[in-house]
Design a binder for this molecule. Structure first.
Ligand code: PLP
Length: 406
């Protein structure tokens, strides 16, 4: 319990934290599975999953066990020394994917920063220092460092910070002709989210990703999949590229990778990795034993047929409820996404009001997200049970009724 001396409330936020967020009016203090409790003891069903992070719910016993055990063993050594949990986790990722080399970072941003730097370095080492063009997509989200936010396709996030990294070009998502029109021998990489998350929960079409693969092969460019949000089981496969049967050259993972502990990874082939040498890139914390131990346990649980096949069963429940709510309130024009990355687009008469539904949902006891102003987003735990889905959807329907009825 907080003592009087260190009692803090939501009102303190504006006095002490940079005004870059607009957090909900309550402060969560405890979580278990897919339920969360706030300072007043009010209970919420969690359909937000810490933005697609807590893929095994809150305080999963196996993760807690690993955190405690590793916490009493070794937390941090830096990359001047390697460590057992990092080597074990790297091996698991390599065994389960196309990858032959892995590097760990701490956030999606850093994994992508690593990927984009590697793509540029590879092109300049193997081909030409002028092969620097990066092709990316409108509405894409790749992180918040100046490089990653500039590769992202939402200028509102990248404007105002001075000169942007050069030679990045954006074209419409799912438009192969647009890519063809700008692709050339100077292109070093095409960067894409197989399922755009922040941009509105839009899945790539299979033809689009297959076409990107062919174009990259024709022009000696690397295909980079940002699976920070759609990876680690969220799509119903371990990584979304497996659905499409299109193998990238570089893949980034974060969010669900640590189940709530900050960690990210960049995966690639031996050939591409080999242009880097000691000192090319790095991170003090990246791959620290505490993070890698927790992620290793999360990986072992997520990468099982039970969890992965459960994702699509749970999706069906979500979609059924969303369809019912959509029909009853004339609310949604589209329900989309893949697995447990679900988007529900608001009809034109509710356009721009996603945040109103989000706040009303919190009032009604269910945490949901938006993806832009017009899309509700649901990214729950991959092991959320049917009862939590039923209860959360009941509360969401109550919230919708309140908003719709003014
Ligand atoms: C969240 C996200 C990122 C950024 O991850 P951080 O951990 O916030 O830096 C990058 N790419 C995608 C697709 C994301 O969803």
């Amino acid at each position: 319990m907080a003592t009087q001396q260190d009692a803090v409330t939501r009102a303190n936020f504006d006095d002490v934290i940079l005004p870059i967020y607009a957090p909900a009016e309550f402060i969560p203090v405890k979580g278990k599975g897919s339920r969360v409790w706030d300072q007043q003891g009010k209970e919420y069903v969690d359909f937000a999953g810490g933005i697609a992070v807590t893929a095994l719910g809150h305080c999963h016993p196996a993760l807690v066990e690993t955190l405690k055990t590793q916490g009493e063993t070794l937390w941090h050594t830096s990359n001047v020394f390697t460590n057992e949990p990092a080597l074990r986790l790297a091996r698991k990722l390599i065994d389960a994917t196309f990858a032959e080399r892995v590097v760990f970072m701490n956030s999606g941003t850093e994994a992508n920063e690593t990927a984009f730097k590697l793509a540029r370095f590879y092109a300049s080492t193997r081909h030409s220092p002028y092969k620097t063009k990066i092709i990316a997509f409108h509405n894409a989200f790749h992180g918040r460092s100046l490089f990653t936010v500039s590769v992202g396709g939402q200028p509102k996030y990248s404007d105002g910070f001075g000169p942007k990294p050069a030679d990045i070009i954006h074209v419409p998502f799912n438009d192969l002709h647009a890519v063809k029109a700008v692709m050339d021998g100077h292109t070093c990489a095409v960067v894409v989210e197989p399922i755009q998350g922040e941009g509105g929960v839009t899945a790539a079409t299979p033809d689009f990703l297959k076409g990107l693969r062919e174009l990259c092969d024709q022009h000696n460019a690397l295909l980079v999949f940002d699976e920070v949000q759609c990876g680690m089981g969220r799509s119903g496969e371990l990584f979304a590229y497996m659905h499409y049967g299109v193998t990238p050259d570089i893949l980034t993972s974060a969010k669900a990778l640590g189940g709530g502990f900050p960690i990210s990874a960049m995966l690639t082939t031996h050939d591409i990795a080999s242009v880097f040498h000691a000192g090319s890139h790095g991170s003090t914390y990246g791959g620290n034993p505490l993070a890698c131990a927790v992620a290793g346990t999360a990986f072992d649980i997520i990468n099982t047929p039970e969890v992965l096949s459960g994702v699509n069963e749970k999706r069906q429940l979500f979609v059924k409820h969303l369809q019912q709510i959509g029909e009853k309130f004339d609310l949604f024009s589209d329900i989309r996404g893949m697995g447990l990355l679900i988007g529900a687009e608001l009809k034109p008469h509710y356009k721009g009001r996603a945040r109103d539904f989000l706040y009303a949902a919190a009032d009604a006891g269910v945490m949901v997200l938006n993806a832009g102003p017009d899309v509700m987003r649901f990214v729950p735990s991959l092991i959320i049970d049917a009862q939590d889905i039923e209860e959360g959807m009941k509360r969401f329907a109550d919230a919708v009724a309140k908003v719709v009825n003014g």
